[in-house]
Design a protein around this ligand. Structure first.
Ligand SMILES: [Zn+2]
Ligand SMILES: [Zn+2]
Length: 185
């Protein structure tokens, strides 16, 4: 549905937002230290300068709240957020080809801070989402005890729960128990 690098950027953004402590209901920050960052970078590799130090970690941790805002409103509300991300990151889209990837866009310098590069890349991905009028796929988990975000990549757009936990199953079990309780009441 989305071009490959757009989907990659959206997946990375989803992971970053879902690492926030206010997401999982237990208050666990899943991007708390350098090991967490290394794990994130293994899962979502980035080219360009990576320092793997506390400054970089702090910047990446701080970037998460702004990324989360993209999930808190509708398509129109996302526009000024995306534009601010592009402006603040001094985005200058350029077509590039490297490391066996096909032509794609880099909108920041390779030497820009990692958090800036990721934020701009996510903003560029949301440009695609907004322009292709697919913003209704930008969703928050429907489970009543889960704030995790996701992008619905399903063909018919029917995905209701996040991928972080077991929300679909849990809600089904809850509904089943409620029905049972009502039957026996
Ligand atoms: Zn690249
Ligand atoms: Zn969930």
């Amino acid at each position: 549905m989305f071009i490959h690098d757009t989907e990659n950027a959206l997946r990375a953004a989803t992971a970053l937002v879902n690492s926030l402590p206010e997401i999982d209901g237990e208050g666990v920050d899943r991007l708390a230290n350098l090991d967490d960052m290394t794990e994130f970078l293994q899962e979502y590799p980035y080219t360009g300068a990576i320092r793997r130090d506390d400054v970089e970690l702090d910047q990446l941790r701080s970037a998460r709240s702004q990324l989360r805002q993209l999930w808190t409103g509708d398509r129109v509300a996302a526009v000024p957020i995306v534009n601010a991300m592009l402006r603040d990151g001094r985005a200058l889209p350029q077509l590039v080809i490297h490391d066996g990837y096909d032509w794609h866009i880099h909108a920041t310098d390779d030497a820009a801070p990692l958090a800036t590069r990721i934020t701009v890349e996510v903003a560029m991905a949301f440009v695609d989402v907004i322009r292709s009028d697919e913003f209704d796929r930008v969703r928050v988990c429907s489970a009543d005890d889960c704030e995790a975000v996701y992008i619905d990549y399903s063909k018919n757009g029917s995905k209701r729960y996040c991928d972080t936990g077991n929300c679909g199953n849990r809600m089904n079990v809850n509904a089943y128990r409620r029905r049972k309780a009502e039957e026996s009441a």
